[in-house]
Design a protein. Structure first.
Length: 395
Protein backbone atom coordinates (compact mmCIF):
# COMPACT_ATOMS: atom_id res chain seq x y z
CA UNK A 1 0.00 0.00 0.00
CA UNK A 2 1.40 3.38 -1.02
CA UNK A 3 0.31 6.65 0.59
CA UNK A 4 1.51 10.11 -0.38
CA UNK A 5 1.13 12.86 2.24
CA UNK A 6 1.28 16.59 1.56
CA UNK A 7 0.47 19.46 3.88
CA UNK A 8 0.63 23.21 4.39
CA UNK A 9 -0.45 24.28 0.92
CA UNK A 10 -1.85 27.51 2.41
CA UNK A 11 -3.97 28.32 -0.65
CA UNK A 12 -5.36 31.81 -0.18
CA UNK A 13 -8.29 33.98 -1.09
CA UNK A 14 -6.17 36.80 -2.54
CA UNK A 15 -2.89 36.40 -4.47
CA UNK A 16 -1.68 39.72 -3.09
CA UNK A 17 -1.21 38.03 0.29
CA UNK A 18 -1.25 34.27 -0.40
CA UNK A 19 1.90 32.30 0.40
CA UNK A 20 1.56 29.72 -2.39
CA UNK A 21 1.33 31.29 -5.84
CA UNK A 22 4.49 30.46 -7.79
CA UNK A 23 4.29 26.84 -6.63
CA UNK A 24 0.71 26.32 -7.84
CA UNK A 25 1.74 25.11 -11.33
CA UNK A 26 4.29 22.82 -9.69
CA UNK A 27 1.57 21.44 -7.40
CA UNK A 28 -0.68 20.76 -10.41
CA UNK A 29 2.20 18.99 -12.21
CA UNK A 30 2.88 16.95 -9.08
CA UNK A 31 -0.75 15.78 -8.91
CA UNK A 32 -0.73 14.94 -12.62
CA UNK A 33 2.45 12.89 -12.15
CA UNK A 34 0.83 10.91 -9.32
CA UNK A 35 -2.06 10.10 -11.66
CA UNK A 36 0.16 9.15 -14.61
CA UNK A 37 2.48 6.88 -12.62
CA UNK A 38 -0.52 4.85 -11.36
CA UNK A 39 1.33 3.61 -8.26
CA UNK A 40 -0.39 5.52 -5.47
CA UNK A 41 -3.34 4.18 -3.47
CA UNK A 42 -4.15 7.34 -1.50
CA UNK A 43 -3.20 10.99 -1.21
CA UNK A 44 -3.56 12.73 2.17
CA UNK A 45 -3.81 16.51 2.59
CA UNK A 46 -2.51 16.85 6.14
CA UNK A 47 -3.94 20.24 7.12
CA UNK A 48 -3.60 23.89 6.13
CA UNK A 49 -5.08 23.19 2.72
CA UNK A 50 -6.49 26.73 2.70
CA UNK A 51 -5.38 29.73 4.78
CA UNK A 52 -7.75 31.94 6.77
CA UNK A 53 -5.03 33.46 8.98
CA UNK A 54 -2.37 35.01 6.74
CA UNK A 55 -4.18 38.19 5.76
CA UNK A 56 -3.81 41.76 7.03
CA UNK A 57 -5.84 42.50 10.14
CA UNK A 58 -8.10 44.95 8.30
CA UNK A 59 -8.71 42.72 5.26
CA UNK A 60 -12.40 42.59 4.37
CA UNK A 61 -13.23 38.88 4.37
CA UNK A 62 -16.64 37.34 3.72
CA UNK A 63 -18.56 37.20 7.00
CA UNK A 64 -19.21 33.46 6.88
CA UNK A 65 -16.61 30.75 6.50
CA UNK A 66 -18.49 28.87 3.79
CA UNK A 67 -18.19 31.88 1.48
CA UNK A 68 -14.55 32.44 2.51
CA UNK A 69 -13.34 28.94 1.68
CA UNK A 70 -15.31 28.76 -1.55
CA UNK A 71 -13.67 32.02 -2.58
CA UNK A 72 -10.27 30.44 -1.75
CA UNK A 73 -11.16 27.46 -3.94
CA UNK A 74 -12.24 29.76 -6.76
CA UNK A 75 -8.94 31.65 -6.54
CA UNK A 76 -7.10 28.32 -6.89
CA UNK A 77 -9.40 26.69 -9.41
CA UNK A 78 -6.67 24.91 -11.38
CA UNK A 79 -5.51 23.20 -8.19
CA UNK A 80 -9.06 22.13 -7.29
CA UNK A 81 -9.46 20.67 -10.78
CA UNK A 82 -6.23 18.71 -10.32
CA UNK A 83 -7.43 17.24 -7.01
CA UNK A 84 -10.73 16.25 -8.66
CA UNK A 85 -8.71 14.51 -11.38
CA UNK A 86 -6.81 12.60 -8.67
CA UNK A 87 -10.08 11.21 -7.32
CA UNK A 88 -11.40 10.48 -10.81
CA UNK A 89 -8.25 8.42 -11.43
CA UNK A 90 -9.20 6.16 -8.49
CA UNK A 91 -6.78 7.55 -5.92
CA UNK A 92 -8.38 7.97 -2.51
CA UNK A 93 -8.15 11.63 -1.43
CA UNK A 94 -8.15 12.32 2.33
CA UNK A 95 -8.30 15.67 4.12
CA UNK A 96 -7.27 16.36 7.75
CA UNK A 97 -7.95 19.79 9.31
CA UNK A 98 -5.07 22.14 10.14
CA UNK A 99 -4.99 25.30 12.22
CA UNK A 100 -5.14 27.74 9.29
CA UNK A 101 -8.27 26.06 7.90
CA UNK A 102 -9.81 24.75 11.13
CA UNK A 103 -13.08 26.65 10.62
CA UNK A 104 -13.87 24.98 7.29
CA UNK A 105 -16.86 22.69 7.70
CA UNK A 106 -17.25 19.25 6.21
CA UNK A 107 -20.18 20.46 4.13
CA UNK A 108 -18.13 23.28 2.61
CA UNK A 109 -15.24 21.00 1.64
CA UNK A 110 -17.64 18.44 0.17
CA UNK A 111 -19.06 21.21 -2.02
CA UNK A 112 -15.53 22.15 -3.12
CA UNK A 113 -14.19 18.60 -3.63
CA UNK A 114 -17.11 16.15 -3.85
CA UNK A 115 -16.07 12.70 -2.67
CA UNK A 116 -13.07 13.69 -0.56
CA UNK A 117 -12.69 11.59 2.60
CA UNK A 118 -12.60 13.84 5.67
CA UNK A 119 -10.75 12.57 8.75
CA UNK A 120 -12.32 14.74 11.45
CA UNK A 121 -12.62 14.40 15.22
CA UNK A 122 -14.29 17.39 16.78
CA UNK A 123 -14.09 21.05 15.84
CA UNK A 124 -10.93 21.97 13.95
CA UNK A 125 -9.14 18.66 14.51
CA UNK A 126 -8.63 15.30 12.88
CA UNK A 127 -6.32 12.34 12.42
CA UNK A 128 -6.13 9.43 9.99
CA UNK A 129 -5.09 5.81 10.55
CA UNK A 130 -3.91 3.92 7.49
CA UNK A 131 -1.43 1.27 6.37
CA UNK A 132 -1.85 -2.47 5.82
CA UNK A 133 -1.97 -3.00 9.60
CA UNK A 134 -3.40 0.37 10.61
CA UNK A 135 0.08 1.21 11.85
CA UNK A 136 0.34 4.67 10.28
CA UNK A 137 -1.03 7.73 12.11
CA UNK A 138 -1.30 11.08 10.30
CA UNK A 139 -2.33 14.40 11.83
CA UNK A 140 -1.50 18.08 11.42
CA UNK A 141 -0.37 18.32 15.10
CA UNK A 142 -1.62 21.82 15.98
CA UNK A 143 -3.57 20.42 18.96
CA UNK A 144 -0.33 20.35 20.97
CA UNK A 145 0.36 24.10 20.81
CA UNK A 146 -1.26 26.80 22.94
CA UNK A 147 -1.19 29.31 20.07
CA UNK A 148 -2.63 26.91 17.47
CA UNK A 149 -4.99 24.42 19.17
CA UNK A 150 -8.75 25.00 18.72
CA UNK A 151 -9.95 27.03 21.69
CA UNK A 152 -13.61 26.54 22.58
CA UNK A 153 -13.16 28.05 26.06
CA UNK A 154 -11.97 31.61 25.32
CA UNK A 155 -13.79 34.70 24.04
CA UNK A 156 -17.33 33.43 24.52
CA UNK A 157 -18.39 36.96 25.47
CA UNK A 158 -17.54 38.14 21.94
CA UNK A 159 -19.60 35.50 20.12
CA UNK A 160 -22.78 36.77 18.46
CA UNK A 161 -23.73 33.13 17.82
CA UNK A 162 -22.11 29.70 17.79
CA UNK A 163 -19.12 28.52 19.77
CA UNK A 164 -15.57 29.95 19.75
CA UNK A 165 -12.77 28.05 18.04
CA UNK A 166 -10.05 30.45 16.90
CA UNK A 167 -6.81 30.20 18.92
CA UNK A 168 -4.24 32.84 19.76
CA UNK A 169 -2.26 32.22 16.59
CA UNK A 170 -5.04 33.71 14.49
CA UNK A 171 -4.39 37.11 16.10
CA UNK A 172 -0.62 36.62 15.95
CA UNK A 173 -0.84 36.06 12.18
CA UNK A 174 -3.19 38.98 11.60
CA UNK A 175 -1.03 41.39 13.61
CA UNK A 176 2.16 40.10 12.01
CA UNK A 177 0.81 40.43 8.47
CA UNK A 178 -0.34 43.98 9.17
CA UNK A 179 2.86 45.18 10.82
CA UNK A 180 5.63 43.12 9.19
CA UNK A 181 4.03 41.84 5.99
CA UNK A 182 5.51 38.35 5.69
CA UNK A 183 7.26 35.59 7.60
CA UNK A 184 10.79 36.86 7.03
CA UNK A 185 10.73 39.33 9.96
CA UNK A 186 13.06 41.52 7.86
CA UNK A 187 10.70 44.51 7.86
CA UNK A 188 10.59 45.20 11.57
CA UNK A 189 10.05 48.88 12.51
CA UNK A 190 13.17 50.92 13.22
CA UNK A 191 11.41 52.63 16.11
CA UNK A 192 9.16 50.06 17.84
CA UNK A 193 6.75 51.03 20.57
CA UNK A 194 7.99 51.18 24.17
CA UNK A 195 5.69 49.76 26.84
CA UNK A 196 6.49 49.52 30.53
CA UNK A 197 7.23 45.89 31.32
CA UNK A 198 5.47 44.01 34.11
CA UNK A 199 7.86 42.98 36.86
CA UNK A 200 8.66 39.29 36.72
CA UNK A 201 7.14 37.47 39.73
CA UNK A 202 8.78 34.66 41.65
CA UNK A 203 8.42 31.17 40.18
CA UNK A 204 6.17 30.10 43.04
CA UNK A 205 3.90 33.15 42.66
CA UNK A 206 0.29 32.55 41.47
CA UNK A 207 0.84 34.85 38.47
CA UNK A 208 4.08 33.30 37.21
CA UNK A 209 2.48 31.28 34.38
CA UNK A 210 0.38 34.31 33.43
CA UNK A 211 3.59 36.34 33.29
CA UNK A 212 5.24 33.79 30.97
CA UNK A 213 2.26 34.03 28.63
CA UNK A 214 2.27 37.85 28.84
CA UNK A 215 6.00 37.95 28.02
CA UNK A 216 5.43 36.23 24.67
CA UNK A 217 3.01 38.94 23.58
CA UNK A 218 5.11 41.71 25.12
CA UNK A 219 8.15 40.65 23.10
CA UNK A 220 6.10 40.37 19.91
CA UNK A 221 4.35 43.73 20.20
CA UNK A 222 7.40 45.71 21.35
CA UNK A 223 9.28 44.31 18.34
CA UNK A 224 6.60 44.66 15.65
CA UNK A 225 4.44 47.63 16.60
CA UNK A 226 5.83 51.01 15.46
CA UNK A 227 5.95 53.84 17.99
CA UNK A 228 4.06 56.23 15.73
CA UNK A 229 0.93 54.07 15.77
CA UNK A 230 -1.70 54.19 18.49
CA UNK A 231 -1.83 50.91 20.50
CA UNK A 232 -5.52 51.60 21.13
CA UNK A 233 -6.26 51.60 17.38
CA UNK A 234 -8.79 48.84 16.71
CA UNK A 235 -7.32 47.68 13.41
CA UNK A 236 -7.77 43.93 13.90
CA UNK A 237 -11.12 43.20 12.27
CA UNK A 238 -12.52 39.75 13.07
CA UNK A 239 -15.43 38.45 11.01
CA UNK A 240 -15.41 34.69 11.45
CA UNK A 241 -18.94 33.36 11.72
CA UNK A 242 -20.25 34.43 15.16
CA UNK A 243 -16.92 35.88 16.35
CA UNK A 244 -17.14 39.50 15.29
CA UNK A 245 -15.42 42.62 16.55
CA UNK A 246 -12.65 45.17 16.09
CA UNK A 247 -9.66 44.84 18.41
CA UNK A 248 -6.37 46.56 19.23
CA UNK A 249 -3.00 45.19 20.31
CA UNK A 250 -3.89 46.32 23.84
CA UNK A 251 -6.84 43.92 23.73
CA UNK A 252 -4.45 40.99 23.24
CA UNK A 253 -1.48 42.15 25.42
CA UNK A 254 -2.05 41.15 29.08
CA UNK A 255 -1.81 43.85 31.72
CA UNK A 256 -1.33 43.80 35.47
CA UNK A 257 -4.64 44.06 37.37
CA UNK A 258 -5.47 43.80 41.05
CA UNK A 259 -6.73 40.24 40.48
CA UNK A 260 -4.00 39.02 38.14
CA UNK A 261 -2.27 39.40 34.76
CA UNK A 262 -4.65 39.10 31.81
CA UNK A 263 -5.97 40.72 28.64
CA UNK A 264 -9.41 41.41 27.24
CA UNK A 265 -9.02 38.57 24.71
CA UNK A 266 -8.13 35.05 25.85
CA UNK A 267 -8.35 36.01 29.52
CA UNK A 268 -6.49 33.44 31.65
CA UNK A 269 -5.91 31.20 28.61
CA UNK A 270 -2.82 29.68 30.23
CA UNK A 271 -4.92 28.60 33.22
CA UNK A 272 -7.22 26.61 30.93
CA UNK A 273 -4.49 24.82 28.97
CA UNK A 274 -4.89 21.53 30.85
CA UNK A 275 -8.65 21.49 30.29
CA UNK A 276 -8.23 22.49 26.65
CA UNK A 277 -5.79 19.65 26.01
CA UNK A 278 -8.34 17.16 27.35
CA UNK A 279 -11.11 18.63 25.20
CA UNK A 280 -8.82 18.43 22.16
CA UNK A 281 -8.01 14.76 22.75
CA UNK A 282 -4.36 15.13 23.79
CA UNK A 283 -3.39 11.73 25.20
CA UNK A 284 -0.44 12.93 27.27
CA UNK A 285 -1.02 16.53 28.45
CA UNK A 286 1.95 18.84 29.00
CA UNK A 287 2.14 21.34 31.87
CA UNK A 288 1.54 24.89 30.63
CA UNK A 289 4.72 26.26 32.21
CA UNK A 290 6.89 23.65 30.52
CA UNK A 291 5.02 24.21 27.24
CA UNK A 292 5.46 28.01 27.22
CA UNK A 293 9.11 27.79 28.23
CA UNK A 294 9.76 25.42 25.28
CA UNK A 295 7.19 26.80 22.84
CA UNK A 296 9.59 27.13 19.88
CA UNK A 297 11.99 24.34 20.90
CA UNK A 298 12.33 21.95 17.95
CA UNK A 299 13.79 19.23 20.20
CA UNK A 300 10.66 19.43 22.35
CA UNK A 301 8.49 19.01 19.25
CA UNK A 302 10.41 15.84 18.40
CA UNK A 303 9.18 14.34 21.68
CA UNK A 304 5.50 14.74 20.75
CA UNK A 305 5.22 11.60 18.54
CA UNK A 306 6.95 9.61 21.29
CA UNK A 307 4.76 10.91 24.14
CA UNK A 308 1.45 10.95 22.31
CA UNK A 309 1.71 7.82 20.17
CA UNK A 310 4.72 5.49 20.40
CA UNK A 311 4.59 5.34 24.22
CA UNK A 312 0.79 5.16 24.30
CA UNK A 313 -0.05 2.72 21.48
CA UNK A 314 2.35 -0.04 20.49
CA UNK A 315 0.41 -0.71 17.27
CA UNK A 316 1.55 2.63 15.78
CA UNK A 317 4.85 2.36 13.92
CA UNK A 318 4.84 5.55 11.89
CA UNK A 319 3.62 9.06 12.76
CA UNK A 320 3.34 11.82 10.16
CA UNK A 321 2.88 15.46 11.21
CA UNK A 322 2.52 18.65 9.20
CA UNK A 323 2.31 22.15 10.69
CA UNK A 324 5.96 23.12 11.27
CA UNK A 325 6.88 23.37 7.54
CA UNK A 326 10.15 21.63 8.41
CA UNK A 327 10.65 18.26 6.63
CA UNK A 328 11.92 15.67 9.09
CA UNK A 329 12.76 11.96 9.16
CA UNK A 330 13.60 10.41 12.53
CA UNK A 331 13.77 6.86 13.86
CA UNK A 332 13.16 6.11 17.56
CA UNK A 333 14.82 3.24 19.41
CA UNK A 334 13.80 1.16 22.40
CA UNK A 335 10.49 -0.24 21.17
CA UNK A 336 11.51 -3.66 19.91
CA UNK A 337 10.87 -2.62 16.31
CA UNK A 338 11.46 0.46 14.19
CA UNK A 339 9.36 3.52 14.99
CA UNK A 340 9.46 6.42 12.53
CA UNK A 341 8.43 10.06 12.70
CA UNK A 342 8.07 12.10 9.51
CA UNK A 343 7.12 15.68 8.73
CA UNK A 344 6.33 16.18 5.06
CA UNK A 345 7.20 19.91 4.92
CA UNK A 346 5.22 22.48 2.94
CA UNK A 347 4.40 23.97 -0.48
CA UNK A 348 4.98 27.63 0.36
CA UNK A 349 6.74 29.74 -2.29
CA UNK A 350 9.17 30.83 0.44
CA UNK A 351 9.60 28.44 3.34
CA UNK A 352 11.01 30.64 6.10
CA UNK A 353 11.18 27.68 8.50
CA UNK A 354 13.30 25.57 6.12
CA UNK A 355 14.53 27.75 3.22
CA UNK A 356 16.15 24.89 1.29
CA UNK A 357 12.98 22.81 1.23
CA UNK A 358 9.71 23.64 -0.47
CA UNK A 359 7.27 21.56 -2.52
CA UNK A 360 8.01 18.47 -0.44
CA UNK A 361 5.98 15.35 0.32
CA UNK A 362 6.19 12.05 2.17
CA UNK A 363 5.76 8.62 0.61
CA UNK A 364 4.77 5.77 2.92
CA UNK A 365 4.94 2.16 1.78
CA UNK A 366 3.13 -0.28 4.04
CA UNK A 367 3.13 -4.06 3.80
CA UNK A 368 2.14 -6.85 6.15
CA UNK A 369 5.81 -7.22 7.05
CA UNK A 370 6.81 -3.62 7.67
CA UNK A 371 6.55 0.10 6.97
CA UNK A 372 8.96 2.46 5.26
CA UNK A 373 8.83 6.18 4.62
CA UNK A 374 10.77 8.67 2.54
CA UNK A 375 10.55 12.42 1.99
CA UNK A 376 10.95 13.94 -1.47
CA UNK A 377 11.38 17.39 -2.95
CA UNK A 378 9.75 18.32 -6.26
CA UNK A 379 12.05 19.95 -8.80
CA UNK A 380 11.63 20.88 -12.45
CA UNK A 381 14.49 19.91 -14.78
CA UNK A 382 13.59 21.52 -18.05
CA UNK A 383 10.08 20.26 -18.82
CA UNK A 384 10.43 17.22 -16.54
CA UNK A 385 9.22 17.07 -12.94
CA UNK A 386 11.62 15.11 -10.75
CA UNK A 387 11.13 13.68 -7.25
CA UNK A 388 14.41 14.13 -5.34
CA UNK A 389 14.88 11.95 -2.26
CA UNK A 390 15.90 14.21 0.68
CA UNK A 391 15.34 11.65 3.45
CA UNK A 392 19.00 11.27 4.36
CA UNK A 393 19.60 15.03 4.35
CA UNK A 394 16.78 15.73 6.79
CA UNK A 395 17.36 12.74 9.11
Amino acid sequence: MKTVIISDLHLGIDDKYAETIKNRPLLVSFLEKLINEKEIDELVINGDFFDQWVLPADYECPDDTDAFYKACAKNNEEVMDAFKAVMKAGIKLVYIPGNHDMTMTGETLEDILPGVVQAREGAGLGSYRTGERGEVLIEHSHRYELFCAPDCLSNKEFMEYGEPMLPLGFFFSKIGMSLVGDGSFENMPENPIKIAEIEKPAKDAPDYDAYLYYKIWYDVITSMFPAERNPDEKFVKVRVDGFKGDFSVKDILPEKHADGIYAKLYKNVQGRWEELQKLNGVKSPVDVRHHIEHIIDQNERMLIPKRQYFDADESIDLVVFGHSHIPIYKEYEGYGRKKIFVNEGSWLDINYSAPDYKATFALVESTKDGTNAKVYKCEMKGEELRFVDITEKIS
